[in-house]
Design a protein around this ligand. Structure first.
Ligand SMILES: Cc1ncc(COP(=O)(O)O)c(C=O)c1O
Length: 409
């Protein structure tokens, strides 16, 4: 009786809000019940604004990949795939790691296919972390990290990436490590900042992970989307391989974000633990997409160069427009996001601007503070993130709309 009265008291938080995950989600959505991504996407739809908020391409990927998925469906590849992925795709992933990075995971035991990178991240954290552990990420951080760390019951510790180049402050990074750092969850190239970490930064992270006995889980979904710099996988550095799980995904490279095909590679014992968790999350991942992505991974180098080159031109179109509009622009070296400082326009609160921007000029963007805990949100208060994975004419139209911003403020 007493217990039920307590549960139904109007001021009591809902049961899910009392969990670590609930608390983290509340921090992400400001307690409103929808994330800023949903809020901005529906605001863009309502106002007819160009949506440069959520990061998904507005064009299909290569025809041969789309055809391969259709052919697979027609040929009956419509029931559960093997839990760890089809042999053909696991071999293609291993072949890709060797071709681009000289890494040689065994496709039988050191590769699994997941339901997007998102599942690989979740399964890795659930496999290796729990209450009492710390998971270290950079800040700002991709939104699923905070939620999944909460789900695992571990504590989320962050080290800042600072403008203008968003490289880690090494002293702060070192100070963020502790004996309880179970996992360093890296993201390189980095969303939302567009930073691509050079070898010396990565080596320092690997050395710290070794010193503290931490695993490295590295999310490299933007590995092929870099501009003038080469992506270096953390697993390729001295001392890293035996403690590193590398995650990537087809969504960004092949413009098929809706297919949710990802993969994870690493040492056999670590991969086996992740696979055990994956078994009870989704069991297996989209069967007809697996031969299609295997075909994609086998595309020639010219395809990969073309993806990066096209995106670099799009980055430049949008960046020029943002600069002309009066923003301070932080040119990204990778991903398909560009961050701007709104302060030169006299704006100090990017969350407020993001909510007004669709009405003001017909463009939607995401405020960077939503990728942070409160202290980091304060530090990034005037930053806004725009996605440039859209057709060139859409970006040109967005640029011309943004050019009118200063006169409307
Ligand atoms: C850094 C990062 N990791 C993971 C994902 C999700 O990848 P997937 O769609 O393959 O689950 C995204 C998508 O935006 C991302 O930006």
């Amino acid at each position: 009786m007493h217990a039920s009265r307590e549960l139904s008291a109007p001021s009591a938080p809902a049961p899910w809000q009392r969990t670590a995950l609930g608390a983290n989600l509340l921090a992400l959505d400001g307690g409103l019940g929808v994330t800023i991504f949903e809020e901005m996407t529906s605001l863009a739809a309502r106002t007819g604004a160009i949506n440069l908020g959520q990061g998904f391409p507005d064009e299909d990927g290569p025809q041969e990949i789309l055809d391969a998925a259709r052919d697979a469906i027609a040929a009956g590849a419509n029931q559960y795939a093997p839990g760890k992925g089809t042999p053909q795709l696991r071999e293609a992933v291993a072949g890709h790691q060797e071709r681009f990075y000289g890494l040689t995971p065994d496709p039988a035991t050191e590769v699994i296919i997941t339901t997007g990178a998102t599942e690989a991240i979740a399964a890795s954290l659930l496999a290796f972390t729990g209450p009492g552990d710390e998971v270290l990420t950079f800040e700002p951080f991709y939104d699923s990290y905070g939620a999944v760390i909460g789900l695992s019951g571990a504590t989320h510790v962050t080290a800042p990436l600072l403008a203008p180049d968003f490289m880690p402050d090494m002293a702060a990074l070192e100070a963020a490590f502790s004996e309880r750092t179970r996992v360093v969850l890296l993201n390189n190239p980095h969303n939302p900042t567009g930073a691509v970490f050079p070898r010396d930064v990565l080596q320092k992270i690997v050395d710290l992970a070794r010193r503290y006995g931490s695993l490295i889980v590295t999310d490299e979904v933007y590995e092929h989307l870099t501009f003038g710099v080469r992506h270096i996988p953390a697993a390729s550095l001295p001392g890293a391989a035996e403690r590193t799980l590398t995650i990537s995904s087809a969504g960004k490279t092949f413009s098929v974000t809706g297919w949710k095909i990802g993969w994870l590679t690493g040492p056999e014992d670590l991969v086996a633990a992740v696979r055990t968790v994956k078994q009870f999350l989704t069991y297996s991942s989209g069967t007809p997409f697996q031969p299609a992505i295997a075909a994609g991974l086998a595309l020639p180098d010219s395809f990969y160069e073309g993806v990066a080159g096209t995106l670099e031109r799009k980055r430049d179109i949008l960046s020029d427009g943002l600069r002309a509009a009066g923003f301070g622009v932080y040119a990204p070296q990778g991903t398909y996001f560009v961050n701007v400082d709104t302060a030169p326009l006299g704006i100090t609160d990017s969350v407020d601007l993001a909510r007004r921007l669709p009405e003001l000029v017909g463009v939607a963007a995401i405020p960077v503070p939503v990728f942070c805990h409160p202290e980091g949100a304060e530090r990034t208060r005037s930053l806004l993130r725009f996605a440039f994975c859209k057709k060139a004419d859409v970006l040109e139209e967005a640029a011309s709309r943004l050019a009118t911003l200063s006169s409307r403020l």
